[in-house]
Ligand binder design. Structure first.
Ligand SMILES: Cc1cc2nc3c(=O)[nH]c(=O)nc-3n(C[C@H](O)[C@H](O)[C@H](O)COP(=O)(O)OP(=O)(O)OC[C@H]3O[C@@H](n4cnc5c(N)ncnc54)[C@H](O)[C@@H]3O)c2cc1C
Length: 346
């Protein structure tokens, strides 16, 4: 008896879409499952989100993709920490860091938290992470977190990367695992009488039917929110930042191993070191500053000429869907929600 293969359709080809395609294709290799990814040739990806937590390291390791295979192709660098500058001027603290905790920190981590507690109680004790935590030390001395194979501890770290290039890399990898790629503009979503999604219709006249659909269409959330009507809960009352302006600058000659987040007048600016450029952006609240003022402030902060700067404005939809899975559709990535990217964990 032959069974019809399960057909999974992923809508959207940003990092969410291609990471999903890779994970499913690897998991279901040699199973009766077909995976198709439909991506608009005209609507670009969001093209930011270039700093990761250690979860991305686990993703590549689960996929069996070695660092030497993807990092140079994606202009990636190591990230062991986030450095916050100018957030506590009242307390006379110019900067503090948030390093990723590693196995090596088992003993010193506790002393760090004890000192943090005492400092909050008003005592003048040191709370500098580089004096307690291994990644804090690496960040201070701009050292890579890579250890010899026989090193007995696991060091946690993430990466900085070009998200467009990571998407391209993962696309090739997924295609190698059998994922079918279709460059189509989805214009309409056809549903069964029970409400399940039946097929995607495209401007190019193609109909892509499937058994299960994964919505990776970014902030548009074409399937889960627009078609299936799942509610979006805005976090605007608590998270005020709703906009960003980005501006790349040349690569730094000495590459830091940390992301920098600097407090500005109506939000904060990130600085992400890649091998070929530095990614910069200002995340701000449009209730407190106009787009033009934000662009000028970012340029002043970076010391670049506003007239020649390659500025790009983004609007952020901050919140989360009430349900991530409805009928035969699961939303992954920005289509299911997004929060303030301060800790680069979106
Ligand atoms: C300012 C900012 C800073 C961020 N910083 C970080 C960070 O430091 N770290 C981090 O991990 N994340 C960060 N993020 C989040 C990160 O950018 C996203 O989680 C990530 O890029 C995944 O995006 P996505 O694939 O869901 O959506 P997108 O990249 O927007 O991809 C959407 C896809 O859907 C397709 N699509 C849309 N409509 C159609 C249609 N009609 N037909 C066919 N295809 C369609 C598009 O072509 C595209 O391929 C940040 C986000 C923002 C806005």
């Amino acid at each position: 008896m032959s069974t019809k293969p399960l057909h999974v359709v992923i809508a959207g080809g940003g990092t969410a879409g291609w990471m999903t395609a890779n994970l499913l294709a690897k998991r279901w290799l040699n199973q009766p499952v077909t995976i198709t990814l439909v991506e608009s040739p005209d609507i670009g990806i969001i093209g930011v989100g270039e700093g990761s937590t250690p979860t991305l390291k686990r993703f590549f390791s689960d996929m069996g993709i070695a660092e030497q295979d993807w990092m140079s192709e994606c202009n990636a660098t190591y990230k062991v920490s986030i450095r916050f500058e100018g957030w506590s001027p009242g307390a006379n603290i110019p900067a503090y860091s948030h390093p990723f905790i590693s196995q090596l920190d088992t003993f010193s981590e506790r002393s760090f938290y004890v000192n943090c507690f005492h400092r909050r109680m008003g005592q003048d004790v040191t709370t500098r992470p580089d004096e307690f935590l291994f990644n804090g030390w690496l960040a201070k001395h701009q050292r890579s977190p890579v250890t010899p194979p026989n090193f007995p501890f696991r060091i946690e770290y993430g990466y900085h990367f070009d998200s467009g290039l990571v998407g391209e890399f993962l696309k090739r990898h997924a295609q190698g695992l059998g994922v079918i790629h279709k460059a189509l503009n989805i214009t309409d979503v056809e549903c069964h009488p029970n409400g399940d999604i039946a097929a995607l219709h495209s401007k190019e006249g193609e109909r892509v039917e499937g058994d299960f659909f994964i919505d990776c269409t970014g902030f548009q959330s074409l399937l889960l929110q627009k078609t299936l009507g799942v509610n979006f809960k805005s976090f605007k009352d608590n998270l005020f930042n709703d906009s960003a302006v980005v501006c790349p600058t040349p690569a730094q000659s000495e590459l830091p191993v940390e992301t920098r987040a600097t407090a500005l007048s109506a939000g904060w600016a990130w600085q992400i070191p890649l091998t070929n450029r530095t990614g910069n952006g200002y995340v701000y609240s449009s209730d407190f500053i106009s787009d033009e003022q934000a662009a000028s402030e970012l340029c002043r902060h970076l010391g670049v000429d506003e007239d020649s700067a390659a500025l790009r404005k983004l609007t952020m939809k901050v919140g989360q869907v009430e349900r991530h899975w409805a009928n035969n559709c699961l939303a992954v990535g920005l289509s299911q929600g997004f929060i303030e990217p301060l800790e680069a964990t979106a």
